[in-house]
Write a new protein. Structure first.
Lengths: 241, 107
């Protein structure tokens, strides 16, 4: 199944890269508006253009950038709180990384690191689809990563440029874009009773936490409660079988 | 560039890279333990819910369940749009139109 790339000619490696680029295009239609919104929101929240673009270049993680920007906009500037939240939001990457580990461990460590840096939800999905169909190709994965990385930075920059022309987006309710996008990500996940219960617990803890906990700790409280309930339900289902 | 923001960005970059690279290092021999997968499975649902619900129910910091809460009404539009179209762009577009209409009409 797997293609060992050291054995294939250079031209084939190059064409695999471009096939990865090509296969990324349909999914990018969904990502570009996120980048633009990210740029607009960052400036609205009080970040400078340079800070906003640097964040997209270094972090390259849509959801956690939105969250960090929201926190900064709400006056939260604690390093630990924002970094720990970013860590929690991105914990899911541990699992994606684990599933790709069998394929990338034979590559040079520097290439492993580069491929891991570019692993976001979309590029992961594109890569495993390719593994399923034709086997693993590092060049292909690199092509998909490069495409998403460039588009993320460019669309953030477009958002930064546009934000000057939109008068106070918050007064228009444009800050609603973020919960709307998150809802469209959340709802398809609610397919099992366990997922619904996890969502319900997180919702109740988030509201109580928002009312009674300092800062943005309600996010962490809700997530820890939800994961505990979900984990226990999964364990129980496992024992019942 | 403010130092404080720069340090936050670098911290975010470091932990994000850690989450993407650690598994390749950690699980290269053993594979992912089953129990770990079970517990991590619900993190995205928990996080997304924790971000959405307060934005809809407490947009101004206090609990507001009424027709004057535009965020809650636009949220209902977003839920219906997601169930019908399963497309993030359509959901965002329709619920933003709902939001702008509510503001414009002054409901």
């Amino acid at each position: 199944m797997e293609i060992i790339e050291s054995n294939v000619p250079g031209t084939q490696v190059a064409s695999e890269f471009w096939i990865g680029v090509r296969d990324s295009i349909p999914l990018m239609v969904g990502m570009i508006p996120f980048g633009i919104t990210c740029g607009i929101m960052a400036l609205t929240a009080g970040l400078t253009s340079g800070e906003t673009i640097l964040m997209s270049m270094c972090v390259f993680a849509g959801a956690s950038q939105f969250i960090a920007i929201t926190m900064l906009g709400a006056g939260v500037s604690g390093w630990g709180l924002i970094v720990v939240t970013t860590l929690l939001v991105n914990l899911r990457h541990l699992l994606m990384g684990a599933s790709l580990a069998p394929y990338i461990i034979r590559l040079p460590v520097a290439l492993q690191a580069l491929l891991s840096f570019g692993m976001v939800d979309e590029t992961y999905a594109i890569t495993i689809d390719r593994i399923h169909k034709k086997g693993y190709s590092a060049s292909y994965q690199l092509g998909a990563n490069a495409m998403f990385y460039s588009a993320w930075i460019l669309s953030t920059a477009v958002g930064v440029l546009l934000s000057g022309y939109i008068l106070d987006p918050l007064a228009w309710g444009l800050d609603f874009a973020m919960p709307a996008i998150f809802l469209s990500m959340l709802i398809p996940r609610l397919v099992s009773p366990t997922a619904l219960l996890v969502c319900g617990v997180a919702a109740v803890v988030a509201i109580i936490g928002m009312l009674y906990l300092p800062g943005k700790w309600y996010i962490i409280a809700a997530c820890v409660a939800a994961v505990t309930v979900g984990g226990l339900m999964e364990e129980e289902a496992e024992h019942a079988n | 560039m403010r130092t404080e923001i720069f340090l936050i960005i670098m911290g975010m970059a470091a932990v994000t890279f850690f989450t993407r690279f650690a598994s390749a290092v950690l699980f290269r021999q053993t594979g992912v333990p089953v129990w770990f997968g079970r517990w991590m499975k619900h993190v995205p649902t928990g996080i997304l819910t924790a971000l959405i619900i307060p934005a809809l129910f407490l947009p101004k910091g206090y609990l507001d369940i009424s027709i004057h809460n535009h965020y809650l009404l636009a949220g209902l539009v977003a839920i219906v749009a997601t169930c019908l179209f399963r497309n993030a762009i359509i959901t965002m577009g329709l619920s933003l139109i709902a939001m702008l209409s509510l503001r414009f009409l002054g409901v």
